[in-house]
Design a protein around this ligand. Structure first.
Ligand code: FES
Length: 90
């Protein structure tokens, strides 16, 4: 089940609220943040981003356990808990 959370973008200084019914990449596009997207399904890795902080629920099929310590896949990852904050280099 999805829940809403916040993505903080440290490079652009933006703070985006991601509603439960949207992918983070949908909100990034709506907010005119330039990102690479191909599959939107956590498969291709095009939307990989450097993770700064936050408890993340990774739902991709791309990253290894070690990679998940410092990266996430924007189209599928969400904060592990409702109202959580995930910080990215974006
Ligand atoms: S767009 Fe393919 S993994 Fe996100």
């Amino acid at each position: 089940m999805n829940h809403p959370f916040t993505r903080n973008l440290v490079r652009s200084g933006r703070e985006l609220e991601i509603p439960a019914d949207k992918l983070a990449t949908d909100v990034l596009i709506e907010s005119a943040i330039p990102i690479d997207i191909k599959c939107s399904g956590g498969i291709c890795g095009a939307c990989k981003c450097r993770l700064v902080s936050g408890e993340v629920e990774h739902r991709d099929l791309v990253l290894s356990k070690m990679q998940r310590e410092e990266a996430d896949i924007l189209c599928q990852s969400r904060a592990a808990e409702a109202g959580g904050v995930v910080e990215e280099v974006l």
